[in-house]
Design a binder for this molecule. Sequence first.
Ligand code: PNS
Length: 163
Amino acid sequence: MKTTAIFPGSFDPLTLGHLNIIEKASRLFGRIIIGVLPNNAKTPLFSADERVKMIAEVVEKFGNVEVKCFDGLLVDFVREEQADCVIRGIRNMTDFDYEVRMSQVNQKMLPSYETVFLITDSIYSCISSTDVRSGVRYGVDLRDFVPPRVNELIREKYKENYK
Ligand code: PNS
């Protein structure tokens, strides 16, 4: 039987760090569902639909990764999809502290909830979507932070920042 894992997040935008975790997960699990949460950021870089579309383009090559939007509680999404576990990427101990707490809160609501932590390769451990969003504001070259297709979409959408 195929093991289904959910990789949830805001992915605004998808970074090379996220892609590193997706690549690892696609080797370890039968089926991966990327769950895109339309985040509460007041000024998102991309709408949830744009994010779903851009991620689907980038992960097509893996063959076992799907992309869906979910709103509300992660445990409800896990139930609906009958997923076996949730994947979270860990860059450092700050991530770890936060994720352990999140996992335990989710376990209270859904006792069968399990998190699998995958450690980000060290070259990606300084990358965050938050920093990428600031970089876009100042027209920073983001090729070392996001996949080429995401960089293209950022430059198309925010051309005025990249003169
Ligand atoms: O991209 P992020 O910020 O790392 O993703 C965080 C995410 C989407 C995994 C987390 O905020 C989440 O699970 N949100 C859904 C609401 C929820 O279930 N919260 C759990 C405790 S109340």
